[in-house]
Design a protein around this ligand. Structure first.
Ligand SMILES: Nc1nc2c(c(=O)[nH]1)N[C@H]1C(S)=C(S)[C@@H](COP(=O)(O)OP(=O)(O)OC[C@H]3O[C@@H](n4cnc5c(N)ncnc54)[C@H](O)[C@@H]3O)O[C@H]1N2
Ligand code: MOO
Length: 586
């Protein structure tokens, strides 16, 4: 997301196309039902039943038609959203939030909460009947890992037992006991944990795509590097009529100098002959053969060309030494084009972090229909391209059974800059991420985040296996697919971007179409779709184990603890620009 007008226009078009699949009729709001749907499953609230995704009609609410999978409700606040900070529809991102990026955390400003907020205890049970600011019942959160009563040994305790793999008996519960880190703080920790990898020089081409420029792209020449014609026609000198003197084509050296009253045929891009004062377009002129030679006239009713007309001046785009793009800019196909135009044959780009993905879970299937007790692995297919889009080189994606030794061996043997595991982060009997990290003597930077879904996510520094002592990280994503997505947005994206030298994306904010209930202490990430007026409408089917809502979403709205009101500007994390334009990269 760049927030440029062109970008916003493209997004508005995408949005229109995406929304074209859905019914547009405004529906009456039933925020309670929306909140229930959003938190269904994970919060123990049964999703609405019935053939319609929105369930049976309720008071004050029009049921969605079958085939309208997602519409929750589109009631708008009476005072309406402000114009500031619309994501789509051509309005650039909130400036205050944007400038906050440079000062610190991009989202704390947009959220109006964050850093100073004291983190709640990990998994602390909600106040009974806690309500959001709108008087809607707050969700009943998952039983948090703090409810696990058996004491979980910390990493030091594991290390003290020899640091070996888990043949040693360990208590089953290893979920963190300390307070979960506030969501904005977790993002900041992840971003700061990643030091940019060293630069490398690669040939100008696909190898550079998706990497960030290690140095500013400085023009090696004036652009254009010579005065040239912008049109096919004639280079003319002084007022007409002109006596024709030869022709100059693109790629040729400059023709002879022209004197006043002379003209030469010229092609677009050809060097302007010395003495030429303007270009007369071919369709604006006519030639006449006379005994004294061939003459050029302006064809009525066109005016004579003004001095400088249709001439591309040397240096009109840049001067040699001008910085065309700053260091850190991501190399897109367009950047390749610009770099080539500016004289580059190779580019210094940051090294892509090498990321290995370990998908944990005996219950996971790679093919076919889910079976009793078995589910399809939704994360293996999702994560690699997303990681590449963030600037990573994905070295492998492996499925591992729920075996502590196997996980220990895989983590210990990996030389990747970042290991991303999925599943096994909580305190269940086969949740091995914490014990393995402890056994390896890893240092936990984040151990539980005050965010729903996704709270058991973990970020650790692994003991270095590399001879140069470079830092390697492991991020444990929760197994529930939407919780894993929350983990990518919270920990993986900031860390990978930092390692890859990519700038954090500009924050976007949008007003909510309706009240969204919050968790009492934790941030909520809620899939939203932008409506016709660029307001963010929460989607159904957003339980932690569901991807249906998110798959149709434009992003995830960041709902502060306590909830957010209709019309309130809310930060929205982009989840649409995740498909890289490049392949696996080199
Ligand atoms: N006693 C408690 N239990 C749980 C808590 C808690 O606080 N106390 N937290 C719950 C929450 S919230 C989450 S999120 C999960 C996180 O669990 P894990 O990271 O250990 O993940 P698993 O137990 O391995 O799996 C959870 C769930 O997700 C499914 N799954 C796993 N991997 C995939 C995949 N690649 N594709 C699709 N689905 C996957 C798995 O089958 C389970 O249904 O813990 C809760 N429990
Ligand atoms: O609420 Mo869990 O963290 O499903 O995601």
């Amino acid at each position: 997301m760049t927030g440029t007008d062109g970008d916003a226009a493209d997004r508005a078009l995408d949005d229109a196309l995406a929304l074209a699949n859905y019914r547009r009729e405004p529906r009456l709001v039933d925020p309670v039902s929306v909140a229930q749907d959003l938190t269904a499953e994970g919060d123990g609230v049964a999703p609405p039943s019935g053939p319609s995704p929105t369930g049976p009609a309720r008071r004050g609410r029009v049921p969605a038609a079958p085939g309208d999978p997602l519409s929750a409700a589109t009631g708008r606040a009476a005072d309406g959203p402000s114009d500031a900070g619309r994501f789509r529809g051509g309005v650039p991102p909130v400036q205050t939030a944007r400038s906050a990026v440079r000062r610190g955390d991009p989202l704390s400003v947009a959220l109006g909460h964050g850093l100073e907020e004291p983190p709640g205890p990990y998994g602390r049970p909600p106040r009974p009947g806690a309500a959001d600011g709108a008087g809607h019942p707050g969700p009943t959160p998952h039983p948090g890992p703090s409810r696990l009563t058996s004491p979980a040994p910390g990493p030091a305790q594991h290390a003290a037992r020899g640091g070996g793999p888990s043949r040693l008996p360990v208590p089953p519960a290893h979920a963190p006991e300390g307070p979960a880190v506030a969501w904005a703080e977790a993002r900041r920790i992840a971003r700061r944990a990643g030091r940019r990898l060293p630069a490398r020089v690669v040939p100008l081409g696909d190898a550079a795509l998706g990497a960030a420029l290690a140095r500013g792209l400085v023009a090696l020449t004036d652009l254009p590097s010579f005065d040239s014609s912008a049109m096919d026609g004639w280079a003319v000198a002084g007022p007409g009529p002109w006596r024709l003197k030869g022709e100059v084509l693109a790629g040729q050296r400059a023709a002879e100098a022209l004197h006043d009253g002379h003209a030469a045929g010229i092609a677009t891009g050809a060097v302007l002959p010395a003495g030429a004062t303007a270009i007369l377009r071919r369709e604006h002129g006519s030639t006449e053969r006379r005994t004294d030679g061939e003459w050029l006239h302006v064809r009525a009713p066109h005016p004579a060309p003004a001095p400088g007309q249709d001439v591309r001046r040397r240096g009109g785009e840049c001067r040699r030494g001008d910085e065309l793009l700053r260091a850190g800019s991501v190399v897109t196909p367009i950047v390749l084009g610009l770099a080539a135009a500016a004289g580059y044959d190779e580019l210094a780009v940051t090294t892509r972090p090498r990321v290995e993905v370990l998908v944990l879970g005996d219950e996971l299937l790679e093919h076919g229909l889910p079976q009793p007790g078995r589910v399809r692995d939704a994360l293996g297919p999702m994560l690699p391209s997303w990681l590449r889009g963030l600037g990573a080189e994905v070295t492998s994606v492996r499925r591992l059974v729920d075996d502590e030794d196997a996980l220990h061996r895989a983590v210990a043997a990996s030389t990747a800059d970042l290991l991303v595991t999925t599943g096994g982060t909580a305190g269940g009997p086969v949740d091995h991420v914490h014990p393995v990290l402890a056994a390896l003597g890893a240092r936990l930077l984040v151990d539980g985040v005050a965010v729903r879904p996704g709270h058991p996510m973990v970020l650790a520094v692994l003991p270095s296996a590399a001879p140069d002592g470079s830092t390697r990280h492991l991020i444990g994503l929760p197994g529930n697919p939407l919780a894993a997505v929350a983990g990518v947005l919270t920990l993986v994206a900031p860390l990978v971007r930092a390692l890859a030298g990519h700038p954090p994306p500009a924050p976007y904010a949008a007003p909510l179409t309706e009240d969204v209930s919050g968790h009492p202490e934790d941030t909520r990430l809620v899939p939203v779709v932008f409506d016709d007026e660029s307001a963010a409408r929460p989607l159904h089917f957003a339980g932690p184990a569901m991807l249906r809502g998110l798959a149709a979403a434009d992003g995830m709205a960041v709902i502060p603890p306590g909830g957010a009101r209709a019309g309130q500007e809310t930060a929205v994390l982009d989840t649409t620009a995740l498909v890289p334009a490049w392949g696996s990269g080199g």
